[in-house]
Design a protein around this ligand. Structure first.
Ligand SMILES: [Zn+2]
Length: 319
């Protein structure tokens, strides 16, 4: 049963992805706001409509949508809303929610050369075209306005934006100081650690972002806010945020040290490390597993444990 609690109504929508349902949130305020939309499927739209009906509302009553980040399971359903719907989020959503041919080409060019440096065999490069498959559930919309660090979204005077990049470059969370509630998107989930997904360099930069380092920094940043409860992008709410974050940072460090151990034994390419970490998953989920592997290597480099040799492919070894 969908219901209001503290001015927030949680609705779970089905997605075609292994992650399962996505949570979207309705916020009461000066403007009725939907935080995240869901994937672009008829089923998600039907479920959104029926849950709104339980609140005596219709999709037309929603006055604006705020995106926590651009992933298709969170943004795609925007295409089902009228063109006049106002959409707010971090400016880095734009290249993903309105993907141009130029951007898709830039993505493929960047990652083809990057994967070869990682030692990925050429036959696996077709994994890059899976991107188009993913974007089938995304949308073609544009932001009405930008939400940046510390901003208050239109019509929601009690809420403040916290930028939380990592899982996505565009990721933000919404914090309400009076009761310590955070709407976190995928920055932290109760049951699983979000993937630090690789993205091409952001506009104006030439180096790729380092998503796991950003993610860790975003988690540390959250510790400085008096957060009582997190409404998450998938699954249950989180009540003991500080403990969970500490535990997640330790688990990540331990995983990185496992990679460090491999690198004490031999020089390896990213792809070789990836296959050791994910002996079967790498075949079907190359992008995800490589993202995770690169994350651990970025981390090890950041704490001074490993060195790289700029050969083709690049080789890593422990110091
Ligand atoms: Zn998600």
């Amino acid at each position: 049963m969908t219901e209001w609690k503290d001015g927030i109504a949680k609705m779970a929508l089905p997605t075609p992805f292994p992650v399962g349902d996505v949570n979207v949130y309705l916020l009461k305020g000066e403007r009725l706001t939907l935080v995240d939309a869901g994937p672009k499927t008829k089923k998600a739209w039907e479920l959104l409509t029926s849950q709104l009906r339980e609140l005596d509302l219709r999709p037309e009553d929603i006055e604006q949508v705020i995106l926590t980040h651009d992933h298709p399971d969170h943004a795609g359903l925007l295409d089902f809303f009228p063109d006049s719907m106002e959409v707010y989020g971090h400016p880095l959503n734009e290249r993903w929610i309105h993907p141009t041919e130029d951007f898709l080409q830039e993505f493929i060019t960047f990652f083809s050369s990057f994967f070869l440096k990682c030692g990925v065999p050429e036959e696996y490069l077709t994994a890059l075209t899976d991107l188009k498959q993913m974007l089938k559930y995304s949308c073609s919309r544009s932001l009405t306005g930008a939400l940046l660090e510390k901003m208050t979204p239109p019509g929601l005077p009690e809420w403040q934006v916290i930028e939380t990049p990592g899982h996505a470059q565009s990721q933000i969370a919404l914090f309400r100081e009076k009761d310590g509630i955070l709407i976190g998107g995928d920055v932290v989930l109760a049951h699983v650690s979000p993937n630090p997904l690789l993205e091409p360099p952001v506009p104006g930069e030439s180096a790729r972002p380092k998503p796991l380092l950003q993610h860790n920094h975003s988690l540390q940043k959250l510790l400085s806010y008096p957060i009582q409860k997190v409404y998450t992008g998938h699954g249950k709410e989180i009540d003991q945020l500080a403990e969970l974050i500490e535990q997640r940072l330790i688990t990540q460090h331990d995983r990185a040290m496992k990679v460090n151990q491999f690198l004490k034994e031999s020089e390896l390419t990213v792809f070789e490390i990836c296959r050791r970490l994910f002996p079967s998953a790498y075949q079907n989920q190359l992008f995800l597993t490589l993202s995770e592997t690169i994350g651990q290597l970025d981390y090890l480099a950041s704490i001074g444990e490993i060195m790289r040799k700029d050969t083709q492919p690049v080789l890593f070894h422990a110091k």
